[in-house]
Design a protein around this ligand. Sequence first.
Ligand SMILES: Nc1nc2c(ncn2[C@@H]2O[C@H](COP(=O)(O)OP(=O)(O)O)[C@@H](O)[C@H]2O)c(=O)[nH]1
Ligand SMILES: [Mg+2]
Length: 441
Amino acid sequence: MSERDTICALASGQPPAAICILRLSGDKVWKVAGALLECGLPEPRHATLTKFRDEDSTLIDEGLALFMPGPHSYTGEDTLELYLHGGPAVIKHSLETLTAQPGVRLAEPGEFTRRAFEAGKLDLTEAEGVADIIEAETEAQKAQALRQLTGGLTETYDRWRAELTGVLALIEVMVDFPDEGDTPEDTVRPILDKLDLIITELEDALGDRGIGEKIRDGFRVAIVGPPNAGKSSLLNRIARREAAIVTDIAGTTRDVVEVRLVLGGQVVWLADTAGLRETADIVEAEGVRRAERAAREADLRIHVIDGANPEPPAGPVEQQDIVVFNKADQRSAALAPDSALPVSAATGEGVEKLESWIGSFISQRAASVEAPVITRARHREKLSAGLASLAQARQLLEDDMGAELAAEDVRMALRQLGAVIGTVGVEDILGAVFSQFCIGK
Ligand SMILES: Nc1nc2c(ncn2[C@@H]2O[C@H](COP(=O)(O)OP(=O)(O)O)[C@@H](O)[C@H]2O)c(=O)[nH]1
Ligand SMILES: [Mg+2]
């Protein structure tokens, strides 16, 4: 069969741990088991207690061995898993011994899953789901990853592709057998109707405010306001650490300082920004530009009013934004405008309430799209391109500009959708997708 290397890796987490799992996949598995396991090649799918020795017969450890013959394994190849004591010395000795076997080497990140993909065990969105569930920190990330790895996206893409294939067949019939009797309207209308249904579905998927990507990568909240209002102090208070520099010198914060938090069950990147003001300092001016961009791109802005020098927020306040009146410990909070939440970054007063307001907004925003279809920029890019091709096909058909050209656009859209799930034209992106995995998966 294939000449490719047998790969091995530690599949479990950082030692020391009660148990570690070493994984091997490839056609040398039976040889390795025969040479190093006292039990020889274990009976398929039966956990077998055995001694594991190196090439000099020195005992490495005793543990369980599990053999899963291909093609009924994760990678589709012969696979062996060893469950040993999870100490650093055991792991080191094991990996050295395994990689000393001819044709066996350490796996690259994601290489087991890449082999599973190449064997047709998973499509690309399912493989991405595997990477995502390993990284998942919130319940929402886990649920989304699980849906994806069990074929939730595959199903949607398969349906779209089946419908488009049907449309393509109708257009091809039109090209091959133009019916003299029918008016163009009679033949084209049903095709346009079908196309419109798919176009609407793709538009809906794309019009999701990026919720799937944000559940995965984090929502963005920006703290904005004039210099010295206490923005950096507020960030530190919420982050519970001194992430941003605080001084009483206006213009201290120049870059955007971001901290990663979990609020409302979602990952949130909270950004502290430079105070918005006119300045001749070119570094600070760049900071102000970055602050404005962070504010624009955020899902939510926290506008900080300086309680020591209250002025209404300078930047645009959107409906969902939160206005806080900081330094409530210094001046009477009664001075705060009705809509503003009195807080004190110094004493922590009102900060818990602020966190819960942010959390509830983010969790509502996350729930505003049920089961997002797009979870990565890669999907969005291909889906947008597919939609553009379909819009073009639709226009050509409607204007009676040539069914052949329209058919070509539909084929192009099929290729774009196919690239998301990895059926076509993905050679160049596989490296990028799988290199984000951890070793051993
Ligand atoms: N009394 C009081 N002082 C504060 C509070 N928040 C910030 N400050 C002070 O205000 C000054 C500016 O704070 P900083 O966080 O750097 O403001 P920024 O420029 O908006 O980031 C510092 O001297 C802080 O100690 C607060 O809630 N109460
Ligand atoms: Mg600051």
